[in-house]
Ligand binder design. Structure first.
Ligand SMILES: C[S@@+](CC[C@H](N)C(=O)[O-])C[C@H]1O[C@@H](n2cnc3c(N)ncnc32)[C@H](O)[C@@H]1O
Length: 234
């Protein structure tokens, strides 16, 4: 099975020989790829909605992988037994939903060695939750599809201190590894902050001045990283 750049980057974060749960699997492309390439020994593909799960079952049936991929209907990590998997993938969902699923799934997470997360938004909420809840961010990647840039985060149990909240917005590892797609991500964030700043400049509500200052500071930090990447900002 050929995967899109986003799904390839997610699969790339999974370690050889893993027992994987893909929560919110939809089409089951990730577990199918992981099993077909022998990266995973076994997989559970789950979804909260019957429509996507039926799609997943059909793809798994067509690839004759029913013996190696279990499908389950249910909410978040509720469908996983303690100790059943060592890797949990949560991809293509909002950052707050990913955080809430992790928060509610402590029983399962006790035996899990690796989280592979791809939040569609609110990535800072996910990074912050991880480092404040006994995880270390061990790898980060970016994938581009058309105009979109996706952020993929791998974490494992451990301690990590991130004192500077800017690194919740932009993963420190992305900066350290000078990821080739980082300038694209920074540009997108700069545009987002510029439009927030423009909006706040016209507002008169209490607290606006503080938010405006906050966003100006964040914009300055982004511009600094952009310069570090050898790029001019707009
Ligand atoms: C946009 S799809 C992403 C599919 C796939 N993971 C990917 O990255 O391409 C999000 C899927 O998450 C499922 N989902 C949403 N909330 C969920 C929850 N609490 N537990 C399990 N699945 C959930 C949805 O039904 C949907 O199929």
């Amino acid at each position: 099975m050929r995967l899109s750049p986003r799904l390839t980057a997610i699969a790339g974060m999974v370690r050889q020989g893993s027992r994987v749960a893909d929560i919110g699997t939809d089409h089951a492309y990730i577990p199918v790829f992981l099993i077909e390439t022998n990266k995973a020994q076994r997989a559970v593909a789950s979804d909260i909605n019957i429509g996507p799960l039926s799609k997943a079952r059909e793809v798994i049936r067509q690839r004759r992988l029913e013996e190696r991929i279990d499908t389950r209907l249910g909410n978040g990590l509720d469908v996983i037994e303690s100790g059943e998997v060592d890797t949990v993938i949560l991809a293509g969902m909002g950052g707050m939903l990913i955080r809430d699923i992790l928060k509610a799934g402590q029983r399962v997470l006790e035996g899990v060695e690796r989280l592979v997360l791809q939040p569609m938004n609110a990535q800072e909420i996910v990074r912050e939750w991880l480092v404040h809840n006994g995880y270390a961010i061990v790898d980060e990647d970016l994938a581009r599809e058309g105009d979109k840039i996706y952020q993929i985060i791998a974490a494992q149990p451990g301690s990590q201190q991130i004192d500077d909240p800017f690194y919740f917005e932009i993963g420190k590892l992305l900066i350290e590894k000078k990821h080739p797609l980082l300038p694209h991500l920074l540009n997108k964030k700069l545009k987002e902050y510029n439009s927030i700043i423009t909006g706040l400049q016209g507002a008169t509500k209490a607290g606006t001045a503080r938010r405006l200052e906050e966003y100006k500071l964040k914009r300055g930090r982004l511009q600094g990283v952009m310069e570090q990447c050898g790029r001019k900002h707009t």
